[in-house]
Design a protein around this ligand. Structure first.
Ligand code: IPE
Ligand code: IPE
Ligand code: MG
Length: 242
């Protein structure tokens, strides 16, 4: 276990932000109130991760399976994404955050597509921190889209042999380091189609706290768990998490 405040830090933290609905229901509020509170937690998380000098953060905001929710909830979530980008994009840019959106763009509302492009274009040259937001994202969908790209590139003679590095470069996360730590709030212990390729050797930390209650203390607790793990990557020599 590292010293009290000198944690071995991950380079890339990914978070499955779950539990908004249960947070709201427990308070007698509509689920939409949980999603709204979830946006505030998201803003806190970006700041807290940046303050800790962790250069990569990936957040799971809307899955390709979340379309199966009631129409009104889906439309609340779309509205909140727009609200978040319109409200917080300038601050993210000021703070040197480069934004990248993971997931399928086709089929999204036109105004959402335009906002996502604007967020990426405005922040493209920033270097302090990388924020990937997985929206309309499913790992299986991402892998299939990458496979299609690989087939097209092979037919165009762009590479001789498909290997892991070439394939990874076709994923939405091209050029990003793999996540070292995946945190899921809300108490469930599953990946729900998140970063199935990239998280092959990630440390997993499951927190009972619901996403709207996630703050610095919960982040530090997850980082402390990460710091106490030994990663072996299939070898025999234990390495402290790093
Ligand atoms: C996470 O909270 C937000 C999204 C999946 C969009 P949920 O809405 O899944 O909340 P629970 O899991 O029902 O409590
Ligand atoms: C995972 O949460 C997706 C996001 C956090 C965006 P879900 O609430 O959709 O996952 P399941 O249905 O409990 O597996
Ligand atoms: Mg959920």
């Amino acid at each position: 276990m590292p010293g009290q405040d000198v944690w071995v830090k991950p380079e890339h933290v990914a978070i499955i932000m779950d539990g908004n609905g249960r947070w709201a229901t427990a308070r007698g509020l509509p689920r939409s109130a949980g999603h709204k509170a979830g946006v505030e937690a998201l803003q806190r998380a970006v700041r807290a991760v940046g303050d800790r000098g962790i250069p990569w953060l990936t957040l799971y905001a809307f899955s390709s399976e979340n379309w199966s929710r009631p129409k009104s909830e889906v439309s609340d979530l779309m509205g909140l994404l727009k609200f978040f980008i319109r409200r917080d994009l300038a601050e993210l840019h000021r703070n040197g955050v480069r934004v990248r959106i993971l997931g399928e763009r086709e089929g999204l509302q036109k105004d959402i597509g335009a906002l996502l492009r604007e967020a990426e274009a405005l922040t493209r040259a920033n270097t302090r921190m990388n924020l990937q937001i997985a929206f309309n994202y499913g790992a299986r969908d991402e892998i299939v889209r990458a496979a299609r790209k690989a087939i097209a590139a092979a037919q165009a003679g762009e590479f001789d042999r498909l290997d892991e590095a070439v394939f990874a470069s076709m994923l939405d996360t091209a050029d990003a380091p793999d996540p070292d730590l995946v945190i899921r709030t809300g108490g469930d212990q599953r990946l729900s189609n998140f970063l199935l390729w990239q998280a092959a050797y990630a440390e997993l930390v499951f927190l009972d706290c619901r996403w709207p209650d996630f703050g610095e203390a919960e982040l530090d607790a997850a980082l402390a768990q990460f710091g106490s793990r030994q990663r072996r990557f299939g070898g025999v020599v234990a390495r402290d998490a790093s």
